[in-house]
Ligand binder design. Structure first.
Ligand SMILES: NC(=O)CC[C@H](N)C(=O)O
Length: 222
């Protein structure tokens, strides 16, 4: 598997995401936000967490208008896989690659802790490492993780089995406890929890590693 990981000014999980891909067996190319194209032959783009452009104007809004975002949109339109984690999820929503929006957490506080998640859809390349209904623990760290969408979009997400993860104890006010969703073709995943921060035993848990191991199985060896 060949992965590209994007860095914006203010990204802080880009290296962690690159290391997770690498340790799972992928080859990784780091890409700068001003680049206008992705490396040839990549299988997946990782859009990492952090505070891109200081979270002005809204989290992810400026990153979504960067030169590389246009290349990521083209890649996704052509059926490419994209994984957006935390600020990366915010960027994918601002780009319009996924529906809905992330609001300020309902309690208006930054929240940084491990949370329980239920895997709701295992039929995506990102979640093959988990069984449907299995419960896992991943860390969250955000102030704008309160997912919302209109009733029609929510019905579509639920009806098409596109809610990938739900919180078992809602930490931020997200509608329907939604923690992560996939695109209609199931190749774009956005999620607030950080699988790359639960990769090795030293992180306190390895449930995130199963996502990367599952992904590797979906692609040719690097
Ligand atoms: N860890 C992150 O990616 C944080 C995302 C964003 N800056 C927020 O706080 O909501």
């Amino acid at each position: 598997m060949k992965a590209a990981v994007i860095t914006f000014p203010g990204s802080n999980c880009d290296r962690d995401l690159a290391v997770a891909f690498e340790q799972a067996g992928a080859s990784v190319t780091r890409v700068w936000h001003k680049d206008t194209s992705l490396p040839d032959g990549i299988d997946i783009v990782g859009v990492p967490g952090g505070f891109s452009f200081g979270d002005y104007l809204r989290c992810g809004a400026i990153a979504a208008r960067s030169p590389i975002a246009q290349a990521v949109s083209r890649f996704a339109e052509q059926g490419g896989h994209v994984l957006g984690i935390c600020n990366g999820f915010q960027v994918l929503l601002e780009m319009g690659l996924l529906p809905g929006a992330l609001l300020r957490n309902a309690h208006l506080k930054y929240v940084c802790k491990p949370v329980g998640l239920r895997v709701e859809a295992a039929d995506t390349p990102f979640t093959t490492g988990y069984g449907v209904g299995s419960e896992i623990v991943l860390p969250i760290a955000h102030h704008d993780g309160n997912y919302t969408a209109d009733a029609e979009t929510l019905a579509e997400l639920t009806g098409e089995g596109r809610v990938a993860f739900r919180y078992t104890a809602n930490p931020n006010g997200s509608v329907d406890d939604i923690a992560g969703i996939v695109s209609a073709n199931r190749r774009v995943l956005g999620m607030m929890p950080h699988p790359e921060r639960a990769f090795a035993p030293i992180h306190g848990g390895t449930d995130g590693r199963r996502m990367f191991d599952g992904l590797i199985g979906a692609f040719a060896p690097a």
